[in-house]
Write a protein of this length. Sequence first.
Length: 337
Amino acid sequence: MTSSIEDVAKLAGVSIATVSRSLRGLPDVAAATRDRVLAAARELNYVASPFAARLASGRAATVGVVVPFVHRWYFAEVLGAVENVLGTAGFDLLLYNLGDEEGRQRFFDVMPVRKRVDAIVFASLVLSDAEADALQRLKVPIGMVGVDRPGVHSTRIDDEEAARSAVRHLVDLGHRRIALIGGDTDDPMRFTPPHHRRVGYLDALREAGIEYDPKLEALGYFTVDGGAAATQILLDRPDRPTALFAESDEMAYGAIRAIRRAGLRVPQDVAVIGFDDHASAELLDLSTVHQPVIEQAEELTTRLLAAITDADITPYVRVLPTELVVRGSTDPSRSVY
C-alpha cells in the first residue's frame, strides 16, 4: 500500500502543510520538526510527487534567474548557488541570459517569465523604473544579488569600500603611481561593479593625497585578454605604474601575464591586486579582495523561497562583508614561490 502525505503528517504529529514545507526544505520549519517529518517519511517510504505538489499549490515550483553575462565567473557562481538551494527545496531554475542590450530589451518587452515562475532573481542588474514597474505587476517576489532597490529583497557587498581597501593596501606599501584596470562604466547593461569599484579607487587616491592621472586608467572588460591588453597600454607609458588594481581577478591574471612577458617582475617591478578571490587566485599567488558570492546568492534564494509562501515577509537589504587577502603579487614577503 502506498503511503500518502496524510500518513506522514499523522505519524509525525504535524499538519500536512508542515510536512510539505519540511520536504521542500523551506526555512520556516524548526529543525526538530523537520527531522521528525523526514524520519516519518523514511519509515513510511513516502516520496513526494513534485507534479502533484505543484498542482495542489497552484505554483510553478520554479524560480527565474536573470543574468547579463552567463559565461562570466561571477554569474556562474551565482547560478550554482541558487540552483543548489532550489534543488534542495524541490524547485526548478529557469535561466534567462540577456547577453546584450537587445536581449535585455526583448526580455522586458516580452516578459517570458509571466506565469512560469514563483520568484525572480536578478544578478548585478540595475533596473530602470519602467523595468521595476513591469516586474512588480507579475506579483511574485523579486530578489537581487549584487545591488539593491527599495522594496526588493537583496544581498550585496560594499564594492566601493572593498575597492578602497585594495588601493589603500597598495598605498600602504609605498606606491604612488597606482593604475586601474576596470570595466566600462557606460556599459548599456548597467552592470554595477565597474562604477562602484572605480569610485572606491578614486576615493582611496584622494584620501592618500594622490592626484588622479587619467593616463593610469585602462579598460580590461573583465576578461583575461582584456586585462593583458590594458596592462600593455599602461606599461608602454613613459612613466609606467608601479602597482595595478584590477577590478576582477580575470583582469589581474591578464595583467600578471603581460608584466612577465615584458620582462618585469611581480611585485618587485609592478604589484598587482585583483578582486573576487577566484579559486585560481591562490594558485597564482594573487592578492585580492574576497567577496562571498555563494553566500549572497544562497541567502537571497532562501529568503525568496520563504517569501513565496509568506507574502508578508518584508524585503530587506543584507550587506555581506569582504576581506582583503594579501599574497605574493603585492607583498614579496608573502610569496609562495
